[in-house]
Write a protein that binds this ligand. Sequence first.
Ligand SMILES: *[C@@H]1O[C@H](CO)[C@@H](O)[C@H](O)[C@H]1NC(C)=O
Length: 169
Amino acid sequence: MTLICHMLAVAFVQVLIVLGNWSLAKNINFYNVRLPVDPTPFPSSFKCFTCDNVVDNYNCNRWAEDKWCPPNTQYCLTVHHFTSHGRSTSVTKKCATREECHFVGCRHLRETSRTECISCCEGMICNVDIPTNHTNAVFAVVNARRTSGSSRRAVSVLLAVSITAVLIL
Ligand SMILES: *[C@@H]1O[C@H](CO)[C@@H](O)[C@H](O)[C@H]1NC(C)=O
């Protein structure tokens, strides 16, 4: 019984390897193929630095959990409040939807006489820096995304097949 299970497992791994080679061979770009270090919860998942109203960027990044973003979000958003001397008073970072990213830019908050800058970016843990002026308080989207799409798809096909294998065995 255990021997049969073992043989089945070996056969399945071989099928996996063949399938893997076949799906990756369609678009070989070894610079783009990065196998996930820890398992991704779903295809095209990403992480953002996440902190809520922390005193400055150092303390945000230092203690921030880089957590997987929920499937309805596509970007990392950063809200930075600072004084007229440029001293940070509040840093908030989180996963965001496209709608939340419509509010990028800097504005003066009359009630606290602080400046608020909001930026959005796309990509794995892209919100390391904080926006400080109109140059960096922008919505930064990765244009190269389309080209890496098919190799990413190949990896997710592999992932799906592996999960099926685990479920069957
Ligand atoms: C915006 O801030 C960045 C980083 O602090 C700085 O390098 C750049 O010169 C600033 N740009 C403007 C227009 O002030």
